[in-house]
Design a protein around this ligand. Structure first.
Ligand SMILES: C[S@@+](CC[C@H](N)C(=O)[O-])C[C@H]1O[C@@H](n2cnc3c(N)ncnc32)[C@H](O)[C@@H]1O
Length: 285
């Protein structure tokens, strides 16, 4: 079977993430608390400073753009772009609540950035690049819009085996329906999981001082049911697999997911491991 065109992938991504925008807003406080450490790491890796003009790619509901806006202060400016207008609407509401007037959000595709060359002092991006149909092309675009010596800092998911948080439901869905192994170059959650893959693309695009670290953590829930419903509310790619099950299978799969997640109980919480690949690089000066 031929792979879908880039335009087709982009359109599906737009629809997928718009569909789950309400879920992201519902669970915003929870995931902000659980994942904020990644935003701080990105802001540090991108060497964000007061007064900078920073671009955040695939901002969704505002991560890490909102933290970056606080870091650059009133003299700086942050632009967040994303395909999904409804995700960005939530980001805009949060920016208003936080009284941040130095961050704007606009729809756009990372593969074809609507900005002049050398417009930005830094670029950040969390959990977006692996969903692009043409990642090397996007990395060249990022290099184009960065000023000389400016940093790109990115976070993508690492290997499935190190990410029970995401792997548990995928494995259980596979117990009910056959899901062909993904084309290793097809966009998806684990597309950039392999060590060196994204770093190699940065190198190809001319970035220097490239660093790559696998950052281990966990997401903590008070109950396994909370894990199940939150993940199903926000994880568009897993929702897509879930719809392949009939209602009886969904009931059984839910029970198995909750039971498996329960095995990760650690004291008063269920701590599901995550592994995130942090890749940064600098445009030569
Ligand atoms: C998992 S969400 C991550 C959102 C946010 N960065 C975060 O970490 O919470 C992935 C986001 O990437 C966006 N996205 C996917 N492909 C994109 C593209 N080609 N251009 C711009 N945004 C894209 C989606 O619309 C979605 O909001």
């Amino acid at each position: 079977m031929s792979s879908p065109s880039p335009e087709h992938v982009i359109e599906n991504q737009r629809q997928d993430w718009n569909r789950v925008a309400g879920g992201w807003e519902k669970w915003d406080r929870f995931f902000d608390e659980q994942m904020a450490f990644l935003n701080h790491r990105l802001v540090a890796d991108a060497r964000v400073r007061s007064g900078m003009h920073v671009l955040d790619l695939g901002s969704g509901t505002g991560y890490p753009a909102l933290l970056t806006a606080q870091a650059v202060g009133t003299k700086g400016q942050v632009v967040g772009i994303d395909l999904a207008a409804q995700m960005l609407d939530a980001a805009k509401r949060k920016a208003a609540l936080l009284n941040l007037s130095n961050v704007t959000f606009q729809t756009g595709d990372v593969t074809s950035l609507p900005f002049e060359q050398t417009s930005f002092d830094a670029v950040t991006t969390r959990f977006c690049l692996m969903f692009l149909p043409e990642i090397p092309k996007a990395v060249v675009e990022i290099a184009r819009v960065l000023k000389p010596k400016a940093w790109l800092a990115s976070a993508v998911w690492s290997a499935p085996d190190k990410n029970p948080y995401l792997k548990i439901p995928i494995d259980i869905i596979k117990q009910f329906v056959e899901i062909p192994p993904p084309d290793p170059t097809a966009p998806g959650i684990f597309r950039l999981a392999k060590p060196g893959e994204l770093a190699g693309m940065l190198q190809q695009a001319g970035f220097v001082d490239i660093s790559e670290h696998e950052f281990l953590g966990d997401v903590q829930f008070s109950r396994a049911e909370e894990y199940f419903s939150s993940l199903m509310d926000i994880a568009a790619p897993i929702q897509n697999l879930w719809t392949k099950l009939n209602l009886t299978q969904q009931t059984e799969a839910r029970d198995r997911i909750i039971q498996t997640a329960g095995q990760y109980r650690n004291g008063s919480v269920i701590a599901l491991p995550i592994a995130v690949r942090m890749v940064a690089g600098r445009k030569p000066g």
